[in-house]
Design a protein around this ligand. Structure first.
Ligand code: SF4
Length: 174
């Protein structure tokens, strides 16, 4: 007997989303929820982060052997290395994806400073001053546009930079 799909009321807290899920089911349109159910049960190794396919000697998966010792990947990486390395790659991949949005914002700010984006303006001068000060840009007695120009330069120089650290590291909490 085929398994009944999870009721739409259990898949979203929103009425409109539930209605869309029900309509998709009536119309035979596959959604993320259908694919999720098809993938169950999830791979236990993957859920623990104990799989690796970072090179062509793998893919590898790590379990505890009968003698209680932890298996290693072909390259010798143990479970701790694989979990830490996967986590580092998740963070790096996510950061790279979002850094492009950051660059878009710098481009808009640059256009504002050049008078090339008349539909945009600096609405939060306090934030401009705070961020600029954190990046070591002088703010005392200076006009917002002058500060913004220096901020644009400081931010652009963090992309494709040969510097030893990124400016925004100064804003990371301890
Ligand atoms: S554990 Fe090592 S050998 Fe296995 S896929 Fe990852 S990097 Fe390659």
């Amino acid at each position: 007997m085929s398994k009944q799909p999870t009721p739409a009321k259990n898949l979203s807290i929103w009425d409109d989303a539930r209605k869309m899920i029900e309509k998709a089911r009536r119309d035979g349109v596959e959604t993320v929820w259908d694919r999720f159910e098809q993938q169950q049960p999830g791979c236990k190794f993957c859920e623990l982060g104990l799989t690796c396919k970072n090179c062509n000697m793998g893919p590898c998966r790590i379990s505890i052997k009968e003698n209680g010792k932890m298996q290693r990947g072909v390259c010798g990486a143990d479970g701790d290395v694989i979990v830490a390395r996967n986590f580092g790659r998740f963070v790096a991949g996510g950061s790279v994806g979002h850094s492009d949005h950051g660059r878009d914002l710098i481009e808009v700010l640059e256009a504002i400073t050049e008078g090339a984006a008349p539909d945009y303006k600096i609405t939060d001068e306090e934030k401009l001053r705070n961020v600029s000060a954190d990046l070591g840009i002088p703010i005392e007695g200076r006009a917002p546009l002058a500060i913004a120009k220096d901020l644009v330069d400081a931010c652009f120089s963090d992309f494709g930079s040969r510097k030893k650290e990124l400016g925004f590291v100064s804003r990371v909490p301890e």
